[in-house]
Design a binder for this molecule. Structure first.
Ligand code: ZN
Length: 309
């Protein structure tokens, strides 16, 4: 008969308890944003890297640490934070800035961007109205970051929002909608221990499937980015990038799903998951390269470029 020592019994009991614990809520939503920032950091000109670090060093927010990867997650925390509200709860107005709802059927950039209302004269982009979309906010914050006349606190906010929004606009379900809140109303299984939403799967599960930890994922992706990719990706506007993201959503996020998906849980096939992970790897890589491109243009020592991206 096998006898177990008390220590072994304790370990076994602890393992049983761990196994019985409810699965933690998937907390990798921030991982994708951190990966984008780490890739961008790799491609920053040294002087720009220094300027970015100097701007972020002014940040006294307690929501995140002040390295680039952590700051890239700030906008999501700011939107949902309960402990860091300003007097008017102003950041609730930032919720719609994180996406652009291009419908699968008859998509309209103008409709998705609330008619592209310009910022009222003299109003900082961080105080702008809630009716705006991720592409317009990306352009506004880029312009502020590049403009030497922008006050330091607004420049800090512009950088923090830009670090985040370039990532968001490459997430397929932040650029597409099938009248299902960007996949939030669709339940899926086959990727995590429990069914989740289609949106959440693209936000987190497919990212975590790429590897263990944000640094490892970023390094793997950087190793596969070639000069020809850089040349192809470093052009266009946030609108162009949103359409590119929408195409992926249409083809790979929604395309393989059954037409009738409301109220049922759709089981994602291994082929769906494989394609989604390949798409996520591509989109994180594009976002990182383009974020670096924007930062190098906005903050580079020679090529100060205040034009719209
Ligand atoms: Zn976001």
């Amino acid at each position: 008969m096998i006898t177990l020592r008390p220590f072994t019994l304790c370990v076994a009991a602890a393992l049983v308890l761990l196994a019985l614990r409810p699965a933690p809520a998937l907390a990798w939503g921030y991982e994708g944003h951190a990966v984008v920032a780490l890739i961008a950091q790799h491609y920053l000109q040294p002087a720009v890297h220094q300027r970015v670090d100097a701007i972020l060093a002014m940040d006294d927010s307690t929501l995140v640490k002040h390295d680039m990867a952590s700051e890239a997650t700030w906008a999501d925390k700011w939107r949902g934070a309960g402990g860091d509200l300003d007097a008017g709860g102003r950041h609730h107005r930032t919720a719609k800035w994180h996406y652009i709802n291009l419908e699968l059927v008859r998509p309209s950039l103008n409709w998705a961007c609330w008619g592209h209302k310009p910022l009222p004269r003299g109003m900082p982009a961080s105080q702008g109205p809630w009716q705006s979309c991720v592409t317009d906010k990306t352009q506004q914050f880029f312009a502020e970051l590049a403009d030497p006349a922008t006050p330091p606190q607004e420049r800090l906010l512009a950088l923090k929002f830009l670090l985040h929004f370039v990532g968001d606009l490459h997430q397929p379900l932040h650029a597409a909608d099938d009248r299902d809140a960007g996949g939030n109303d669709v339940r899926v299984s086959g990727i995590a221990r429990r069914p989740t939403t289609l949106h959440h799967a693209w936000d987190t599960a497919f990212v975590s499937g790429l590897g263990r930890g944000q640094k490892k994922i970023a390094n793997q992706l950087i190793a596969n980015i070639h000069n020809v990719d850089m040349q192809r990706w470093q052009r266009g506007t946030p609108q162009d990038w949103a359409w590119e993201t929408w195409e992926i959503a249409k083809k790979d996020a929604y395309g393989p799903l059954p037409a009738r998906r409301r109220g049922v849980t759709v089981k994602l096939s291994p082929a769906y998951v494989r394609q989604a992970q390949a798409d996520v790897a591509l989109q994180l890589s594009r976002a990182g390269v383009r974020l670096a491109w924007l930062l190098n243009r906005a903050l580079g020592p020679q090529a100060l470029d205040t034009g719209a991206p």
